[in-house]
Write a new protein. Structure first.
Lengths: 341, 444
């Protein structure tokens, strides 16, 4: 349904507002495919290009290069009414529920806005849609909540309003940008379960963006890990959690804390240094300056291509689409080939 | 958005609201009781309109602060006298004598500033001949003049040498009232009598007389050098000042906001263009431009209002609001609105501007008096509206007539106090609103 192919999103840097001073390569050659009814998680640290990717899929940004194909429509080329039409088919759930709701509008107005904009002129029809969706996201009692302002609701209720607003136009694709990271731990699971239910009920495709690996397993079938604007590893969720292949994924998993008392005392090894500049990314593999397995003369020269990952002891290419962009994978394949020879 | 209980916490805001409400009532009162055309008529002045008004009279309320009262205007009119006060005697075939006897009580400690007879004669060929006798309370009779009225005659005894030779004073106004028993010149108190003895030489001819003793006090606001009642200008100045201030403040604030939001939302060359226009506009010398327009084109208050607005559309507000919108633009709910398809215009008017309104309302309220003062400033520079009565015009007249040197403090102070009250009223409300809308200020 959604097919992203070699997507580049570059922001131009200007010198004194006029001269060209290079590009910020926020997204640099990302490709993936998403089918209806599938949920895909996108993880990575701050500044890795997750948000730019998301905004480009929502068509808040224009792609610099590459295509986004949504049911045969080239999203990058959309304009005017076609663009509005496309946007009505993509729901957007934001991170900060309070910020995502206009503070001067009542819940009624907030939920009505997308309908008014997208040409629902019949007030009674709008009202029934609002009530249906509020029941669905469990914002009850409806009549009591509708005239309230966002600040009168709890964080969880606010996020339900955000979800209701994203769902009210009956989209095919939902983009959820860290939907639970600002919420109390106690309501996170509730919200994730709600999203999961909605996804299954409406056969939605979902892109779930997060930096929190611990919530991913509740939600998605597939996961990809982004680093410095590129996908470094793509896998079914179980495969990635059990068999992280890219050194960056490993570091990320290492860092994500499961609530366990022993973690408080343990020292965790994290990659040294900071994420690279996106204006002048490192040559070769973008992770190599921080990677403890980096191979001199190889990792810092050539950019690795995504390669199928060796699945445990299994010789064959794994049937579950697990790929990683790392020279170590190739090394391992060679090693295996050598052993069998 | 704002509750009465919040405002009630600021007594200053209550005072401010009361002042504003008072001005609104005053404006309504002015517009209802004095129709526009009548206000213009009374402000234009001219003998017919202000015949009975004294010149440079103080307001009546100065008597509250004096031990002895100043006289108000006294008018005696033969047309309003009872029939017993008028007698006709036939002297010969052609000649008839008409005697008009007017009497009045005078209980004031100071002299009448000005005294004028208006004698209106109706004849075909031969004018009537009228003699005036002035009888003081102690019975002394002064020949106060002989007049042969040709139509409408204005007779001022002070300007008549023959009368002046008969009285022992510099002016008839003093001479007619002087108490001879006292060393200090003091008016006699008691009942005076004025007798007009007229000889009529034609069957159909007749005459009527009116004596106006102009007062030293007049009305609630006094009069100016052209005998105009200042209260007309003060009353009608209220709706004009309120309209000028409110319209200017509202239009300019709204325009500034819309322009700033457009500038921020579209960004790029639109932003650059709007900001450069604003920069240029900010360095334009506003007052000289207004003087230029006033001198060369029109001094109508509405033209000036239009110019004030035009000069401020790209004013400093655009810069202020732009900085606020730059923050607002980045808020997640704007991004969400885009994501569900809101167009640029909807985002500007439904999402950006409402967010900023709480910050703007206090500034708007506080800026109203600034525009009221602008009108007065322009009037003081001689660019006031030539026909409309405004507070600024009153101040300008007072200044050009040297009101303060001549002791006519009321003339300058009345409009000044009204303007100060406008300033205080709107500022008090504005400050309170600022504290209500922007609670961070409460601690300061």
């Amino acid at each position: 349904m959604l097919k992203v192919d070699d997507l580049h999103v570059w922001y131009e840097l200007k010198r004194f507002g006029l001269g060209h001073a290079g590009y910020v390569r926020a997204v640099d050659g990302v490709s993936f495919e998403l089918n209806a009814g599938e949920a895909m998680a996108c993880v990575g640290e701050s500044g890795c290009g997750k948000s730019s990717l998301m905004k480009t899929i929502l068509r808040l940004n224009k792609p610099t290069k590459g295509t986004i194909d949504f049911k045969g429509i080239n999203v990058g080329e959309l304009d005017g009414l076609d663009l509005r039409d496309y946007r009505s088919k993509v729901g957007f759930i934001q991170q900060d529920p309070f910020g995502a709701l206009a503070p001067f509008m009542t819940i009624q107005q907030i939920l009505e806005e997308p309908l008014i904009i997208n040409g629902f002129t019949n007030a009674a029809e709008r009202q029934s849609k609002i009530e249906t969706i509020m029941e669905e996201v469990k914002l009850t009692p409806v009549e009591e909540i509708l005239p309230k302002f966002p600040h009168m609701l709890s964080g969880g209720q606010q996020q339900r309003v955000v979800i209701a607003r994203a769902m009210i136009l009956e989209p095919d694709l939902l983009v959820a940008d860290e939907p639970v990271s600002m919420l109390d731990a106690s309501v996170r699971v509730e919200i994730l379960k709600l999203l999961r239910n909605l996804q299954e009920k409406h056969n939605l495709a979902v892109i779930y963006i997060t930096h929190d690996l611990s919530t991913v397993r509740y939600f998605s079938e597939y996961i990809f890990v982004m680093y410095a604007g590129q996908i470094v590893e793509f896998a079914p969720i179980k495969s990635l959690l059990e068999n992280p292949t890219h050194p960056y994924t490993q570091a990320l998993l290492e860092a994500s804390g499961d609530p366990d008392a022993k973690n408080a005392l343990e020292y965790k090894e994290i990659p040294p240094g900071e994420p690279p500049s996106l204006v002048n990314p490192p040559s070769g593999c973008r992770f190599h300056p921080r990677c403890k397995f980096a191979i001199k003369g190889k990792c810092d020269v050539d950019m690795p291509k995504p390669m199928p990952v060796v699945d445990g002891s299994n010789m064959a290419i794994t049937g579950n689409k697990h790929v990683a962009a790392c020279w170590l994978v190739e090394e391992e394949w060679k090693e295996r080939a050598g052993l069998t020879n | 958005m704002i509750r009465w209980s919040e405002i009630r916490q600021y007594p200053s805001a209550i005072v401010g609201l009361a002042i504003i409400f008072g001005f609104i009532l005053l404006a309504l009162y002015a517009v209802i009781t004095i129709p526009y055309s009548e206000a213009l008529e009374r402000w234009r002045g001219g003998e017919a309109v202000v015949e009975n008004n004294p010149r440079n009279a103080r307001p009546t309320w100065v008597n509250w602060f004096n031990q002895e009262n100043l006289p108000p205007t006294l008018i005696l009119d033969s047309r309003e006298l009872p029939e017993t006060a008028i007698s006709y005697t036939t002297i010969s075939d052609d000649i008839e004598e008409k005697v008009i006897t007017m009497s009045f009580d005078y209980e004031y400690a100071s002299f009448v500033p000005e005294l004028t007879f208006f004698i209106e004669a109706d004849f075909i060929e031969k004018q009537p001949f009228v003699e005036i006798f002035w009888v003081t309370p102690n019975g002394e009779e002064i020949r106060a003049g002989e007049v042969t009225p040709g139509g409408q005659e204005i007779y001022r005894p002070t300007q008549d040498d023959r009368v002046m030779r008969r009285v022992e004073a510099n002016s008839a106004e003093v001479g007619f009232f002087l108490d001879p028993s006292l060393a200090e010149p003091t008016p006699q108190k008691g009942t005076y009598q004025v007798r007009l003895v007229g000889l009529i030489f034609e069957e159909e001819s007749d005459f009527e007389a009116k004596l106006v003793m102009y007062g030293a006090v007049h009305g609630i606001a006094g009069t100016d050098h052209l005998r105009r009642d200042i209260s007309v200008a003060l009353l009608w100045g209220t709706p004009i000042a309120m309209a000028f201030g409110l319209v200017a403040a509202l239009v300019i604030t709204a325009a500034n906001m819309i322009i700033a939001a457009t500038s921020v939302w579209y960004g790029g060359w639109v932003d650059s263009a709007i900001q450069r226009v604003t920069d240029v506009n900010l360095i334009l010398p506003g007052l000289p431009l207004l003087i230029l327009i006033g001198t060369l084109y029109s001094r109508s208050i509405w033209v000036i209002l239009g110019m004030v607005i035009a000069l401020n559309i790209f004013g400093g507000g655009v810069k202020t609001y732009r900085s606020i919108f730059l923050q607002t633009r980045e808020l997640p709910y704007i991004e969400a609105a885009q994501a569900y398809g809101a167009g640029s215009r909807r985002i500007i008017f439904r999402y950006l501007i409402p967010r900023v309104i709480p910050l703007v309302i206090p500034a708007l309220v506080t800026s109203v008096p600034a525009f009221v003062f602008t009108e007065a400033t322009l009037a003081l520079l001689g660019l006031g509206d030539p026909v409309l009565p405004t507070w600024g015009k009153v101040i300008e007249n007072a200044r050009s007539q040297g009101a303060l040197f001549n002791g006519y403090y009321y003339w300058m102070l009345e409009p000044a106090v009204l303007m100060m009250l406008v300033g205080v009223g709107f500022s008090l409300v504005g400050f309170a609103l600022d504290r209500i809308f922007n609670p961070k200020l409460r601690e300061i």
